[in-house]
Ligand binder design. Structure first.
Ligand SMILES: O=P(O)(O)OP(=O)(O)OP(=O)(O)OC[C@H]1O[C@@H](n2cnc3c(O)ncnc32)[C@H](O)[C@@H]1O
Ligand SMILES: [Mg+2]
Length: 208
């Protein structure tokens, strides 16, 4: 059994993340709550320079608020041709409040600028990219217990495909699957995603 006790909160308000996390924690016998259960709490300021730093900021804030162990996920999309952008700014790439559709449009617009906006054939090359997910687990006092990271490789396509998932999933094509992340079911995404890779490392760390 993992040393997490029966009460754990995931420091997120992202419904898409929770849809993926819930079954993966349940598989380990852990029922989780999230900040979606506490709408009155103010947003946590994510001002770290790295995914890992932001994950720790979010997990700590929640542990100190509730006095229970907390997990946080800070994640995003890194596109090679954009020098790793949007990176830690993935959620607010097109400004605040976060808007997935606007972020996707901005991503395509930034890539189109590199291609030459009036290129008649559309994007001249698919852009290699990866999703990255940092997960931090802290104890009830906010002390880090484990910090892990996972990633998942793909390419950015020129128009959105698929209805599942969230964020940049419709533009993230996985050649080995022949589908975008948004064309995968939750359980298929949980079989290969950056989030699942990171969580797998967390279970491994905790079982040592
Ligand atoms: O901070 P919390 O409350 O967890 O929710 P958030 O959406 O703000 O989450 P992040 O700060 O970690 O920003 C992550 C952004 O990166 C993108 N992203 C992360 N994981 C993704 C995934 O699995 N699929 C698609 N986009 C993802 C998406 O735009 C997210 O909003
Ligand atoms: Mg956030």
């Amino acid at each position: 059994m993992l040393p997490l006790g029966s009460e754990i909160i995931i420091a997120t308000r992202n419904k898409g993340k929770m849809k993926e996390f819930e079954p993966m924690f349940l598989q380990q016998g852990i029922t989780v709550r999230s900040l979606l259960d506490y709408p009155e709490l103010p947003d946590i300021v994510e001002d770290g320079d790295t995914f890992a730093a932001n994950a720790l900021i979010k997990a700590r804030a929640v542990a100190l608020r509730f006095g229970v162990p907390a997990v946080a996920d800070d994640s995003g999309l890194c596109v090679d041709r954009l020098g790793g952008d949007p990176g830690v700014y993935s959620a607010r790439y097109a400004g605040e409040p976060s808007d997935d559709a606007a972020n996707n449009r901005k991503l395509l617009a930034e890539l189109a600028k590199l291609d030459g906006a009036d290129s008649p054939a559309g994007p001249t090359q698919l852009s290699p990219a990866r999703f990255v997910c940092a997960i931090a687990l802290v104890d009830r006092t906010g002390r880090p217990v484990a910090e892990v990271e996972g990633s998942c490789e793909g390419v950015i396509i020129g128009e959105p495909r698929g209805e599942h998932g969230f964020g940049y999933d419709p533009l993230f094509y996985i050649p080995e699957q022949g589908r975008t992340m948004a064309e995968l079911t939750v359980s298929e995404k949980n079989g290969l995603s950056h989030r699942a890779q990171a969580l797998g490392k967390l279970w491994e760390t905790l079982s040592r």
